[in-house]
Each structure stands twice: as C-alpha cells, then as structure tokens.
Design a protein around this ligand. Structure first.
Ligand code: 0XW
Ligand code: MG
Length: 367
C-alpha cells in the first residue's frame, strides 16, 4: 500500500460554550489541521492536530502546517508497512515537530486498521473496554459558576471534573475549589489545573489552604525544574501536563518519581503510536493518566478514545474531548460523543470516523 496523495485541510472550530478560559490564555475559536492520506488501493486515512491557540504550549496551527509542508512531499509515493516505518521516514525528513507528525501517525493507523479490518485500538494493543470515561473541564470563573457547572456535569454522568485556576488572586482560587467540592463532594474525582501559572511559593500556599479537599494538582508551575522543587512538599498528588513535551520526558518523570500522574495530550507526544509507549511506562509504576488532546474535532477525539480503550481501566483518569464545547461533527453519521459521562469506542475498522470535506473549512494544500 503506497501513499498516492496527501491533502491538508483546515477546520475552524468556534467554541460554542463561550470563551474557554485558562490561567494564561482564553480561546474563542480553534484552528485545526487535518491530513487526508489516500493510498493507491483507494483507502483514505485521516489525522488531525489542533493546538489550543499559540500560547498554551509551544505549538501553533501555522507551525503544524509548515511542518506538514516539509514532510508531506517526501511521503508521497512511499510504502505504508507500519506506523513505525512511517515515523522513521518522517524523522528523516524533519527533526522534531512531533505535534504535526502526530496527524500523519493517526492517518497511517487509520489506513492500516482499514486494510487489516481492525479498529485502531487493536493496533495499539487491544481494547480492554467498549466505553471509556470522559471528564469535564470547568474553565476559570467565579466560585459560584464553577460550582454550578460542576454539579450540572456530575448530574449528567461525569465522574471526574477538572477545575481551572490561576492567573488571579489566591483567595478566589481557594474559594472556587471549595465551592466545587461542596457542590460535588465524593460524587466525582477532582483535578485542579493551573496550566503553569503558579510560582512555587504560590503552589505551596494554595496546597496548604485546601489540604482537606481531595484532588490532583495538575501542572501548577511552568518548568520541570519548578515542579521538582515541589516534590515531597505538597499534600496533593501532582500531575504533569504541559511539561510532557515528549515520551523521553515521561520516562524521566516516571523513573524519578516526579509526579503521581499525567494529563497526556496525544498529539504532543507525537501521535497514538508514541502515546502508547507513554501508556506502557505509566503502567510499569501504576501511574494514572488521561488520554486527551489540547483540542480538536472527531478525528483527534477518535484517536484519544482508541488509545484510552487500551489503558488499564484502573489507571485511566478519563478522556477529555472538545466535542461538547464545539457542537460540530466532521462525521455526523459516526460522531465521537459523550453520553452519561462516557464515550463509546468506535468498533469499525480504522478510526471509525470519516470526515466529510464539506464540513471542514477548506483545503490548505495537496501533495
Ligand atoms: C482540559 N484540557 C484537556 C483541555 C484544554 O485544552 C486544556 C487541557 C488541559 O488539561 O490543560
Ligand atoms: Mg492540563
């Protein structure tokens, strides 16, 4: 099976639920990039990468497209024996830029799954479940609003809620977490995500003011060095998110006991193939983690769900997908959607979603 054509599409995804506010940035529309890979056998595989604006992490939509422009011509005409072989070829064409290569990795898995007649979850090690838990992310807002949204989502079936904090005074963050805890209690597990906004001093103070509330503190500080300074000094388990810039960093964090869990972003790790390696490293130390992405449509959501289905359910903290914040599906016939806090794992061959080009914004380039 040879790659005959690669088309790069853009999908503009407005946030339907209003601005998505985090400590350092707020987004109202996302700019997603999809790759459509067509083979000489007439199969079509899809991949997607969708940075959460240009400042959430060192990724941006134009960067992804520039990297794909560098890679795609060198892939056309080549064989697709496995995702690893294609990854090696991409590395020979461009160093780094894993978040762009992730879209190609996803498309290749989609193609291989279709060719073999198996879902992508089988290629990643095999699904252990047919539904995976999702979680809701409450954006930075007032304590009352946070408590109201969290209670509403738990009522709707979510069993985990992530509360965004940071970028404002300590008292409001403490009040928000207290209000959410009062509203939800043990009906849901809590994560509190500062998205890198806290100083070490701020994180230490915050932790002490809410010692009685059980939650995982996600990415409080900016750098791994600052995160190291928190080790052994907090009452709450700590999760890394933005710092997991590649699988090597996950290896370092797992091996050194730097954190108690992770909020993984599949494209940041380089796509489902490399993210599966991070999954296995976590399994060696019984470390829980999510299988998310920063944002994206049905294709990214499907990739996250297939990977999540292969994770030991004891260690899967949930799959955040952007669908409920977008209200738009590329494939309305096979949408990836949350129902009662869970997402069904697509059963069909490949990813199980087939974007309709007319539901995307337009073609960027064809190679
Ligand atoms: C909650 N998320 C998975 C979605 C947003 O893109 C940010 C992210 C996170 O945990 O930082
Ligand atoms: Mg996070």
């Amino acid at each position: 099976m040879k790659i005959e054509r690669i088309t790069v599409h853009q999908a503009r995804l407005p946030v339907a639920t209003g601005a998505y506010r985090m400590s350092r940035t707020s987004v109202e529309e996302l700019d997603s990039t999809l790759v459509e890979v067509v083979t000489d056998e007439g199969l079509t595989g899809w991949g997607e990468t969708c940075p959460l604006g240009p400042v959430y992490q060192p990724h941006h939509a134009l960067g992804a497209r520039a990297a794909l422009e560098q890679i795609a011509p060198g892939l056309v005409g080549t064989d697709v024996p496995s995702a690893r072989v294609v990854a090696r070829r991409m590395d020979a064409l461009l160093t780094g830029h894993d978040y762009a290569k992730a879209a190609v990795d996803t498309a290749v898995l989609d193609l291989l799954g279709q060719r073999l007649g198996v879902p992508v979850s089988t290629l990643l090690g095999g699904a252990l479940v047919d539904r995976v838990p999702s979680y809701w992310s409450v954006t930075v807002g007032s304590p009352e609003e946070g408590a109201r949204v969290a209670a509403e989502k738990v009522e709707a079936g979510y069993r985990r809620v992530q509360v965004k904090i940071g970028g404002r005074d300590l008292a409001t963050d403490v009040e928000t977490v207290r209000a959410v805890w009062s509203a939800v209690g043990h009906r849901a597990r809590l994560a509190v995500d500062a998205n890198r906004a806290m100083t070490v001093a701020h994180a230490l103070q915050f932790d002490r003011l809410v010692t009685d509330i059980p939650f995982a503190l996600e990415q409080p500080c900016d750098t791994l060095e600052e995160m190291e300074l928190l080790r052994g000094r907090l009452h709450h388990p700590v999760y890394l998110d933005e710092n997991t810039v590649d699988v090597g960093t996950v290896l370092r964090a797992v091996g050194s006991g730097l954190c108690e869990g992770f909020s993984f972003k599949v494209t940041r790790l380089g796509g489902p193939t490399k993210a599966a390696l991070a999954r296995d490293l976590c399994a060696l130390r019984s470390l829980p983690h999510t299988c998310d992405d920063a944002w994206g449509g049905d294709v990214i959501a499907a990739a996250c769900v297939h990977l999540a289905a292969t994770v030991d359910p004891r260690l899967l903290d949930g799959v955040w997908i952007a669908q409920d914040y977008i209200g738009h599906h590329y494939d309305p016939d096979h949408p990836i959607a949350v129902e009662h806090g869970e997402i069904a794992v697509p059963r069909g061959p490949g990813l199980g979603v087939h974007p309709r080009p007319e539901r995307l914004t337009g073609v960027i380039a064809t190679y």
